[in-house]
Write a protein that binds this ligand. Structure first.
Ligand code: SAH
Length: 393
């Protein structure tokens, strides 16, 4: 059995069950791409069984902290079955959900989303790449489904030295389908959509938005970074009279427009704007526009802490503009999905935006991702999505 020996003192995070071994912690040892290695302390004490990633800064990811556990097909079947079983107990108001959320489910580098009868899967580490066949078989067996589409086309694959792959791993047929989310119907394409097809982590925040739009009587709503218009459908369901979806993706906006009709709303109540959000907010301000509610759900401005400073300026800017565009009593639902921006920093950024906009507000709610994208005690990096619901004074 090949081994990695850590430098003195570098065993602590593994002893606290954090699954990453960074390049700089390693004294010696290694193996082939994705190979299972024994990780031990400088004293030779067992720490975990891990998959080796020869090209990544995260040089190894721990599968198991149990010395007696064997990493084989049965291991993946057990972990997958456990993850699927816990989803059955979570409150998930949809036939689309995340079944495997990487490290949080003890399977670093694996993301599996279920969209009705299609599994959409991303293998993003050397370890999951190596065990792809066994993982795919276990997924089909545990879920009883027969169609599995691979979306290993995220740029994180390049950090692992892996090529981008997209296509059916099992089964075939149309990649477009319609899911149910709360009382809404939404379409997506697992081959063409962002990530694995859709942003399932915002499911409950969309519902929340429909509720507050109704509760506070918001009529004119601006949904920034709308993608396929999930928050726009929510706003219409909440009784908004005029909703604008802004995104820089034409295909996403076409779907947003289709979603308005699909859910039985008058198309005249919705406008799709193919534009840059920042420019749109500035133009709206210049034209004296005002809104009753604004959603800001931008892409990851800071993938890691190293990007935090530049990202902070970008977040602050859009939040400042949005606060200025809101009527007094209007609602701002603002998000960051950057792992590199912790919740307290996000709060400070929005506070800074408020100062610059000369606007204050009540924080009505602090929200995160849906429970099928769990955060775990041992893996703080799992807390990526955070949102604030603010009532402008
Ligand atoms: N709120 C969406 C998810 C948003 S994901 C939902 O509920 O499903 C972020 C979106 O921002 C993507 O659709 C992407 O196309 C869009 N985007 C990224 N940069 C942009 C920019 N500068 N201006 C407008 N849209 C942008």
């Amino acid at each position: 059995m090949k081994t990695i020996k850590l430098r003195p003192g570098k065993e602590r995070s593994l002893q606290r069950r954090h699954p990453w071994v960074f390049e700089g912690s390693i004294h010696k040892g290694g193996g082939d791409s994705g190979e299972t290695l024994r990780i031990e302390s400088s004293e030779g004490e067992f720490l975990g069984w891990a998959a080796f990633s020869p090209q990544s800064l995260i040089r190894a990811r721990v599968w198991s902290f149990d010395e007696n556990e064997r990493i084989d097909a049965a291991f993946f079947r057990r972990r997958i079955a456990a993850a699927v079983a816990v989803r059955q107990r979570l409150p998930i108001a949809s036939n689309a959900m995340r079944l495997i959320h990487g490290e949080a489910d003890g399977l670093p580098g694996l993301v599996v989303d279920r969209y009705d009868d299609i599994l959409s899967v991303q293998f993003s580490s050397a370890g999951t790449e190596r065990w792809k066949k066994q993982i795919a078989e276990a997924l089909l067996e545990v879920t009883g489904l027969s169609r599995l589409y691979e979306r290993s086309d995220a740029n994180v694959r390049s950090l692992e030295g892996l090529p981008e792959v997209r296509g059916w791993l099992h089964g075939e047929g149309a990649t477009e389908l319609t899911i149910r989310e709360h009382e809404w119907r939404l379409s997506l394409d697992v081959a063409e959509g962002h990530k694995t097809g859709y942003y399932l982590d915002q499911r409950d925040n969309r519902k929340k938005f429909a509720e507050v739009v109704r509760q506070y009587g918001c009529k004119k709503v601006l949904n920034c970074f709308s993608y396929t218009g999930g928050f726009s459908v929510a706003a219409l369901a909440g009784g908004a009279e005029q909703v604008t979806s802004v995104d820089s993706s034409g295909p996403a906006l076409a779907r947003a427009t289709a979603h308005v009709a699909l859910n039985g709303f008058d198309p005249a109540r919705h406008q799709a704007l193919d534009a840059d959000v920042n420019a749109t907010l500035r133009a709206a301000l210049k034209n004296g526009e005002r809104y009753d509610a604004i959603v800001l759900d931008p892409p990851k401005f800071a993938p890691t802490a190293a990007h935090a400073e530049r990202a902070a300026r970008a977040y602050k800017d859009i939040n400042r503009l949005a606060l200025m565009l809101l009527q007094p009593g209007g609602l701002l639902f603002t998000f960051s999905c950057s792992g590199g921006i912790p919740p307290d920093l996000f709060h400070k950024i929005v506070a800074g935006a408020g100062v610059d906009a000369q606007a204050d507000g009540f924080i009505l709610d602090r929200v995160g991702a849906t429970p099928d994208h769990p955060q775990t005690i041992c893996f703080p990096e799992g807390e990526y999505l955070k949102g604030l619901l603010i009532l402008k004074r």
